[in-house]
Design a protein around this ligand. Structure first.
Ligand code: 5AD
Ligand code: SF4
Length: 476
């Protein structure tokens, strides 16, 4: 576990040369990317820039890209066409970072067709951003700063967070699984876990700042420290706690137990675990830890054993269902959310029916549905039996319909119940209405007041709507 320090000298140098400048940032993709963007914002704000939503007035524009699905590419190239105008008008610096920059064909296209871009950097070189930006500003150089090997774990990057109540904390980078549809292992590299003391200290500091909920992030969180262990590294860490005591961490389950002790913190979530690594110690930890939300995101991807095999997921339909049932038996009131891909190469009507069957059986609280998207360089992209776009869309619509029926049915079960709701703030559309979330991540809207923001309060659910519940708080 190597660590590197931040490039503070370059941050200070930039601070000395800029005056009253603004930056705009556009983030695509997953929560890991959003967390990286909070660090890019942290670097820029420490260097003296202020944030603007209006890209036209920005002196620095950063795109933090994603490459998991094709539509992100269309979005980036569309947006680049737009910011070209701003570059011509005011000479702003345009920087593009994120996972898409690890793809050689994308960088080639950028250099050939979008030569006005100043900085190209990847997730492994985010730490160099101060130096790259300085060189782009001072020397007006075109910078390409991409590393093909896995980047080290970076500590100490300043972070400016979007939210004041909920925060994401990355616990590991990379993925070793090589699901055949997925580009992530190629762009984010192999699994590297952060030191538990650094994770703990970050969560303690967040709780002290008033944050109530943390989401532990990683491509495969329940294999935290597994890769280090398999390389023969010592993973028996002794973490120094707030109260001076010591706590042993050597796995994801022990990390959950440690984070559960953080004073002031109310909720812990984590995404994403892999079903194949869902060991009993993790189930026990979720059960024992009062702060760990009783909603588990358990990516299914497909309900067909044959498709799962061809996706290299390393579990069958039956094994997934057995795991979900085991968790349900051990943890009363547990709920699940999931990711599903429709239209993977070779998916027959029968395979798709298996997916619907699992959805009907597990009755997920939430399903993130994706249409299979071919990614250059992955195994599935080379498979011959690609599915027709029309069939993919028909299946997607059918799955969506079933998912919505289940959500409606499950929403009805909430009526009359009292739920613990973490109040997040005012509703964007109605100033008398406040909004929060249940432990199962359902949005609850209710008539409230400012003092409730950041508190977990019991709330009676009085009605349900497709995407939110209505609650009633009596002590108003
Ligand atoms: N096509 C469609 N969906 C994908 N995902 C990952 N790769 C692809 C792809 N090529 C989905 C998976 C994963 C989620 C983050 O994105 O469901 O769990
Ligand atoms: Fe991609 Fe599979 Fe790794 Fe998730 S576990 S990041 S889907 S390769």
């Amino acid at each position: 576990m190597e660590k590197i320090e931040m490039q503070d000298t370059y941050i200070n140098k930039i601070k000395n040369i800029i005056n009253n400048q603004k930056y705009g940032i556009l983030t695509m993709g997953c929560q890991l990317n959003e967390n990286d963007s909070e660090r890019i914002s942290g670097i820029l704000e420490t260097a003296g820039f202020t944030k603007t939503q209006n890209l036209e007035e920005a002196n620095v524009i950063v795109f933090n890209t994603c490459c998991v699905r094709e539509n992100a590419e269309d979005k980036l190239f569309g947006k680049l066409g737009e910011v070209k105008k701003y570059k011509e008008q005011n000479g702003c610096i345009i920087a593009i970072g994120g996972c898409m920059m690890q793809e050689k064909h994308i960088v080639k296209k950028l250099k050939e067709s979008y030569p006005f871009v100043d900085i190209i950097f990847g997730p492994h070189t985010l730490k160099n951003f101060p130096e790259d930006l300085y060189n782009a500003i001072i020397e007006k150089k075109k910078i390409e700063d991409i590393l093909d090997i896995d980047g080290e774990i970076i500590e100490g990057i300043p972070t400016v967070r979007e939210d004041k109540i909920k925060a994401s904390v990355t616990i590991m980078n990379g993925c070793n699984n090589f699901c055949t549809y997925c580009i992530v292992p190629y762009v984010r590299g192999r699994e590297r876990s952060r030191n538990p003391q650094d994770i703990y200290d970050e969560v303690v500091s967040l709780a002290k700042q008033g944050y109530k909920e943390v989401t532990l992030l990683g491509q495969n969180v329940n294999s935290y420290l597994v890769s280090e262990k398999s390389k023969g590294e010592n993973v028996d860490f002794v973490v120094k706690m707030q109260n001076g005591e010591e706590f042993k961490v050597n796995s994801f389950a022990t990390l959950l137990r440690l984070i559960n002790t953080v004073e002031g913190l109310e909720r812990i979530r984590f995404i994403s675990p892999h079903p194949k690594d869902f060991t009993d110690d993790v189930i026990e930890a979720i059960k024992d830890c009062d702060k760990v939300c009783k909603l588990i995101h358990l990516p299914l991807q497909s309900g067909s054993s044959e498709i799962l095999n061809s996706m290299n997921r390393k579990y069958s339909k039956e094994q997934y269902l057995t795991l979900a049932n085991k968790i349900k038996e051990k943890i009363p009131n547990i709920e699940f959310s999931t990711d599903i891909i429709v239209g993977f190469p070779g998916e027959s009507e029968k395979d798709f029916e298996d997916t619907l069957d699992v959805v009907s059986k597990v009755k997920f609280e939430q399903i993130y549905m994706f249409i299979y998207s071919r990614r250059v360089g992955t195994v599935a992209d080379k498979m011959e039996n690609q599915i027709d776009e029309k069939i993919k869309h028909t299946r997607f619509d059918k799955l969506k319909k079933l998912a919505e029926e289940i959500i409606e049915e499950k929403n009805k079960e909430y009526i009359g119940k009292t739920e613990k709701v973490l109040v997040e703030g005012k509703s964007k559309t109605n100033s008398n209405i406040y909004t929060g979330r249940t432990e199962t991540n359902k949005v609850v809207n209710f008539e409230g007041k400012e003092e409730l923001v950041g508190k977990v309060i019991p709330m009676q659910i009085i009605s349900e709507h497709m995407w939110y519940l209505k609650g009633k708080y009596d002590n108003i």
